[in-house]
Design a protein around this ligand. Sequence first.
Ligand code: GUN
Length: 291
Amino acid sequence: MTAQLLNGAAVAEQIRAQVAKEVAERVAEGKPAPGLATVLVGENPASQVYVKSKHKACQQVGIQSSGYELPASASQGEVEALVRKLNDDPAVNGILVQLPLPSGLDEERVLNTVSLQKDVDGFHPVNIGRLAQKGREPLFIPCTPAGCMVLIESVLPDLNGANAVVLGRSNIVGMPVALLLVRANATVTICHSRTKNLKDVCRSADVLVAAVGRAEMVRGDWVRPGAVVIDVGINRVEDASKAKGYRLVGDVAFDEVKEVAGCITPVPGGVGPMTIAMLLQNTLRAARMAG
Ligand code: GUN
């Protein structure tokens, strides 16, 4: 292995410890503990796992978390009414609507209902719009993209003029991480299913962020020697040797790419823990904004 491992789990642990310290200080001042409410609609197994780990992380740092679940059959009005109720609840500082929502629900309208001051996921159209515009500041930055930037900047603090390539243009990761890289003055290329000469474009990257959801798609010869490679993918692949019958792999063929890249995030233990650390930071920030 020639690449330096970007240990997201360790960086996230430091951030969580700092959040825990600051939460304890607020509570010692007589302020209420920050509160996070999660909204889970339907029974997507991956979403259930993610929401559970968010609650566990809140508990560990002293953030009060409450989980709200609605059936997949919930109407648009019911989901929006729940979000409005949470908007009006002073004990709730942050609201996280777990995505994707079941089909039939209008995601944009639900996200638009979340109070801007409680939008700890940064997915409210106004926050995303501000992220996309020069001279504007979103109140919150989406958690996974923010976590990617912390890891990138831990090894490349100056991204001025760096070539950054983002694989994937999702609302949750690809597009916002590209916007953050632009804000950091990188020259950014966003690749997707219609991109031509994908391998060559990836090979031009000083920083490569893979967020497409395709197991081990990025091969060793797609990466420029010395590049910083951030793997956002979490894909299940069958593996009879594991108790669960599967193992988790990223969008990057780790064993090949680690011999070429300068720095690389593992899966698991790379970007995943950073997402949760950023959510905790955003929730503390929301509590501070409230008083
Ligand atoms: N689904 C996948 N990632 C995320 C995330 O960061 N936040 C929410 N709300 N849903 C997600």
